[in-house]
Design a protein. Structure first.
Length: 555
């Protein structure tokens, strides 16, 4: 069994061959999955870029200035067990003290954090995780392999309500027990964990970097870490008031494992901005914030015109407008009928949703939630935009007079996109009731609504999103899709490191998504945020992460 170690720059032939493909060298979107896969299997960021004949992006060369308070406009939500986080802002707050095994960088690569390194077999069935020495918890305990194994076992516990990490680590789970399979997680010594997978899975490193994968102390269990912060990071939580503000401060008496190489700020204040983008503009004008989490729609240009620095990331972030096939309504679950689901997609022109939803800041999508950002993306024919055909399908299903309730959160771009879909459905003769739910309560039941819209972050690997959102029985499967053929094909895709080989499987997966009318997924978003000129290292992360240890103030 040949193992490939992170940072060694020795890669499997399939990854080296991918570097020579025309797409990886000339296409920005194809390049990003190559970078993710290359760093998963061993390459450093510099080597991964060099394999494409490029230099790794250079960051500002100024010497960081220590000290100061950074004020960020962002939604401030309640804390809970990180495994059940369902929004990036929760993780951005706890990231000050709860760290990750692996980090996904602004450069679309993976770098070790609480892991010093990892090794992965060419067939992606064996992972060796080398825990970083010298890391301590705030209570003085040393981070050990036992702690890492404890977290991974917790990720594999399907009995934990809302545990989406079980979707990322499903390969390790025994379907009979709903927990980690016997022998799957092996503690080799005090600083080494071996994962013995029954089937290959190329996505585990990427899964470790996703925002619900925060590493908690074994004593915390499933408790809310916001109540009694205990972590390995440089900061701690001074105060937290939902809907108002959360404040992080340097953890006194704690020596951070990367001391001297980051965590320059003394204090970080997350100031709640709700879901109304005009609040962000007002807070900038009154000089109450220095940066914001996200800028959207027409407010991108507006904030730039205020003289702020505009930060952009081109990603596979998106929105889906979906029915839930397993949810009953007054019509005895109309969305179990594939004709109804297909009709809702056929009535909609995705280009209009792109323009009205996010002011055209993105590209149209094809209703199968697989993005051209991944080289495994396959060109398949989507259902045509055919309002008359949509109504004919509803009549055939006996649903022409049914009133659909279409639900969304109350913010700017998500509400606007959902409004645009409702308008097009009405233009096709389909009855629609629009319901808008405040952000403070929308996320309590987001996966259970019969017909609603949901934003989805980018995932570095193409198959990740399908495993998280559409595999049968997963916590984030808001569509209720339960398709044995889809699950079987997805298992094959997860086991296939070579992107070209995965593309053939992906074409079949995309086709099932379209034929089943699973989602209307209208566009891929370009992401933006803004900051004042003296905020250094902020940027816009492709998955909305705010890396506070990298930010400093030049004022």
């Amino acid at each position: 069994m040949k193992l490939y170690k992170s940072g060694s720059d020795t890669l499997p032939p399939s990854i080296e061959n991918a570097a020579m493909s025309q797409g990886a060298r000339t296409d920005n979107v194809n390049r990003r999955e190559f970078l993710a896969m290359a760093t998963t299997f061993g390459a450093t960021t510099a080597t991964a870029y060099a394999m494409l004949g490029m230099y790794a992006p250079a960051w500002a060369s100024e010497i960081p200035r220590a000290g100061g308070t950074l004020r960020v406009g962002m939604v401030v939500r309640a804390g809970k067990d990180p495994r059940s986080y369902d929004d990036s802002p929760q993780a951005n707050i706890s990231r000050g003290w709860l760290e990750y095994l692996v980090r996904y960088t602004h450069d679309f690569t993976f770098e070790p954090m609480l892991l010093e390194s990892w090794e992965i077999s060419e067939d992606a069935k064996t992972y060796i995780l080398n825990v970083r020495p010298g890391v301590t918890w705030h209570n003085g305990d040393a981070l050990t392999a036992e702690h890492v194994a404890h977290n991974i076992a917790g990720w594999c516990d399907k009995d934990v309500e809302g545990n989406s990490m079980a979707g990322r680590f499903g390969t390790l789970i025994d379907p009979e027990t709903g927990k980690a399979a016997e022998g799957a997680i092996e503690i080799v010594d005090d600083m080494t964990v071996r994962l013995n997978l029954p089937n290959p899975d190329i996505t585990l490193i990427a899964g470790m970097a996703d925002y619900p994968a925060a590493i908690v102390h074994p004593s915390v269990g499933s408790a809310d870490p916001f109540k009694a912060p205990l972590g390995t990071g440089p900061y701690t939580l001074e105060s937290h008031e939902v809907g108002v503000k959360a404040v992080l401060v340097r953890k006194e008496g704690h020596t951070w494992w990367n001391e001297g190489n980051g965590a320059w700020l003394d204090r970080i204040e997350y100031i709640d901005v709700g879901t109304d983008p005009t609040v962000i503009a007002s807070l900038y004008e009154s000089e109450e914030i220095d940066a914001n989490y996200e800028s959207s729609g027409e407010f991108v240009a507006l904030l730039t015109d205020l003289g702020l620095e505009q930060n952009e990331a081109v990603t596979a972030a998106t929105i889906v407008l979906r029915t839930n096939q397993s949810t009953d309504t007054d019509a005895d679950n109309p969305y179990a009928d594939v004709r109804v689901r297909r009709a809702l997609s056929m009535a909609v022109d995705n280009n209009i949703l792109l323009e009205l939803g996010v002011n055209g800041l993105g590209i149209p999508a094809q209703n199968h939630h697989v993005c051209p950002i991944h080289p495994e993306y396959a060109e398949v024919d989507r259902l045509p935009h055919d309002p008359a055909g949509a109504m004919a399908l509803l009549k055939e299903a006996g649903m022409a007079d049914f009133e659909h309730e279409l639900i969304s959160i109350d913010d700017d771009w998500r509400k606007n996109t959902t409004d645009a879909m409702a308008a097009q459905l009405r233009d096709a003769g389909i009855k629609v009731k629009r319901t808008v739910i405040p952000g403070s309560s929308f996320w309590n039941d987001w996966a259970k609504f019969p017909f609603s819209s949901t934003n989805w972050n980018m995932r570095p690997l193409g198959v990740q999103i399908l495993a998280l959102a559409y595999r049968s029985g997963e916590a984030w499967n808001e569509t209720g899709l339960n398709n044995a053929e889809f699950d079987s094909l997805l298992a094959d895709a997860l086991a296939t490191p070579d992107a070209d080989a995965r593309r053939g499987i992906m074409a079949k997966l995309e086709t099932i998504m379209l034929e089943e009318g699973v989602v209307t997924q209208p566009y891929w978003r370009s992401l933006y945020n803004h900051s004042r000129s003296y905020v250094k290292g902020m940027g816009m992360h492709p998955t909305f992460e705010i890396h506070m240890d990298k930010i400093w103030l030049d004022a």
